[in-house]
Design a binder for this molecule. Sequence first.
Ligand SMILES: [Fe+2]
Ligand SMILES: [Fe+2]
Length: 166
Amino acid sequence: MDIQLSDEVSQAYLSEVGDILRNKEFLSLSLYEHHQWTTRFMHSINVSYISWKLARKFGCDEKVAARAGLLHDFCPYDFHKKTPTGEHQAFYHPKAAAENSERIFEINEKERDAILSHMFPLGPIPKNREAWIITMADKICATLEGCHIAIALARRNRVVVISASM
Ligand SMILES: [Fe+2]
Ligand SMILES: [Fe+2]
């Protein structure tokens, strides 16, 4: 599994998240449906890209916004299945995403907090500006995905996941 990126994707953005986008376990998010219409991978990269852009615009830490945005739903499993703790998926999956992110990538405290609070008001309140940006970007993407509207990197084949057999 690999990704193809068009020239329209900012190199400055890719320099912040390239290691995550080359990781096979992360790319496996493309196998999971998300918001009935897209994949968890496409949703995550859109949340990340929009968060990165907003962070640049408002003078926040764009690297934290890009990386935590990309990792906020890093959960390669079926969301319809029961959670191991019995918690509702809305409360469980941010913790699973933070754990997976810590296991595979070096995330800092700010990134961890942003991942854990992205479901606000379901779950903890965001502790920093980057976390607020991510929780807002997540809701914007979820709303548009719910309306079957392709935005940001989901448009014009800007990002395409290809399987190894292709
Ligand atoms: Fe989520
Ligand atoms: Fe999300």
